[in-house]
Design a protein around this ligand. Structure first.
Ligand SMILES: Cc1cc2nc3c(=O)[nH]c(=O)nc-3n(C[C@H](O)[C@H](O)[C@H](O)COP(=O)(O)OP(=O)(O)OC[C@H]3O[C@@H](n4cnc5c(N)ncnc54)[C@H](O)[C@@H]3O)c2cc1C
Length: 393
């Protein structure tokens, strides 16, 4: 399989221009917009449309397929900026990294058919069906099966937390094609499929929304003998777990960038409030008990940002970046949570009021200590693969 050529390294001036342009677009979608979506648990259709028209969703799609092929460093800056402006880029990051599975492992026909449409915004590829009720952290325990029958595969099983399934035209699905007791390694015998959601809905695939503490359009998806064409298989049968792993570094770096954007938003908001709120005749920010946690959160976020930039740079250069991508995700998720908690505390009771956006961003950023991979599992990866400690799970 030919790999896409690496993008030219993005210089600081380019990255600043990207951030300015994305911030100008985000200014059209203020806090009130995100509050309304959150209240109604609505998908950010207008925002996604505007970002697509601006060309920002196609950053990772090569020019040959209608994207701009600018690379992960630029994509990370796009997402960081959206979050630093108070928005939420979940739909964007999903499309960016889910698309990568198709880009890296799809056939020429699959790529030619779908990537230009995705780049133009005609088709959304934002659903990623991996997690199951009994297989979250332990992905190789999945029970959803794909059974080959002539020119088709028959899918049976259940996925959970499949975000944006109701708003996506395509889904990347991981299913077992060989039973676990018939493969040499647990990670063998799984395959990846590109599911045409419109064709599948009501014909063996049902989507049930799950209401959560944040507006994430997440769902459970049931497959009851859904029949799909055999050319929906991506790459080789049985190698799906490797394909999913291949995309994980990109996913971690992009989400880490969002966490950095959140931390920036929380710290800026904390500073503005702490300078203006007067208690006992002086701004609360004049108290070390208020000021130091804000400064500390800022320091943690800046350090984490360096690791995100390092990981993205290695990724774009085609270098191994597993440790850096994992450390970036871990440090950024912890830093954004620290900044979030500090921001809420700085605002006192007003932090709980919807109109300040703090409580919404607080709920949103909390997700990243759990999903797509929990902080514990990153530490387990670092312990085993980077430090050489015994496997802990
Ligand atoms: C809002 C939301 C959106 C999501 N979107 C998607 C999506 O689009 N597609 C998708 O496939 N999945 C999605 N997920 C699923 C997400 O990736 C999983 O929730 C995550 O991988 C954790 O799996 P789990 O929830 O089953 O937790 P479990 O695996 O049950 O783990 C529970 C807790 O135990 C800890 N733990 C488990 N084993 C160990 C160990 N050996 N050592 C130390 N700690 C351990 C974990 O760190 C975790 O904190 C989403 C989840 C949420 C909440």
């Amino acid at each position: 399989m030919t790999q896409p050529s690496p993008p030219a390294p993005a210089d600081d001036a380019t990255l600043e221009q990207v951030a300015e342009a994305v911030a100008a677009l985000c200014a059209r979608f203020p806090g009130a917009y995100w509050q309304e979506l959150d209240r109604e648990r609505r998908y950010p259709a207008e925002f996604v449309q505007a970002m697509t028209e601006g060309g920002w969703l196609g950053v990772l799609i090569p020019e040959a397929f209608g994207g701009s092929g600018l690379g992960l460093t630029v994509a990370a800056r796009v997402l960081e900026t959206v979050h630093a402006c108070g928005g939420n880029a979940a739909a964007l990051h999903a499309q960016m990294y889910v698309m990568g599975t198709l880009l890296r492992h799809g056939s020429a026909a699959q790529k030619e058919r779908w990537l230009p449409r995705i780049a133009r915004g005609e088709t959304r590829l934002q659903a990623f069906g991996v997690t199951e009720p009994d297989a979250g952290t332990d992905t190789t325990s999945i029970r959803t099966t794909a059974r080959r029958e002539g020119d088709t595969y028959v899918i049976r099983g259940q996925k959970i937390w499949t975000s944006r399934a109701e708003h996506s035209d395509l889904m990347i699905l991981l299913a077992r094609t060989t039973p676990r007791d018939q493969v040499a390694k647990r990670s063998d015998g799984m395959s990846v499929f590109l599911i045409d959601m419109q064709a599948a809905r009501g014909k063996g695939m049902e989507i049930t929304p799950i209401r959560t503490m944040l507006n994430h359009a997440t769902t459970a998806v049931h497959f009851d003998d859904l029949r799909i064409p055999s050319d929906a298989l991506i790459g080789e049968e049985g190698r799906g777990f490797r394909y999913i792993l291949d995309g994980m570094n990109a996913e971690r770096i992009l989400i880490a960038a969002e966490c950095i954007g959140d931390a920036t938003w929380f710290t800026r908001t904390s500073v503005e409030y702490a300078r203006g709120r007067v208690v006992f005749g002086r701004p609360i920010g004049a108290n070390q008990g208020v000021q130091f946690p804000i400064a500390e959160a800022h320091a943690h976020a800046q350090a984490a940002r360096l690791m995100v930039c390092r990981a993205a740079g290695l990724f774009d250069a085609g270098q191994p970046c597993g440790p850096e991508a994992n450390m970036a995700k871990y440090l950024a998720a912890e830093a954004s949570w620290k900044a979030a908690d500090t921001c809420l505390q700085t605002h006192g009771g007003f932090g709980f009021a919807e109109e300040y956006d703090v409580e919404r961003k607080f709920r949103e950023t909390r997700l990243y200590r759990v999903a797509p991979i929990s902080s514990n599992l990153i530490l387990a990866y670092l312990g085993e693969h980077v430090l050489g400690l015994p496997r802990s799970y």
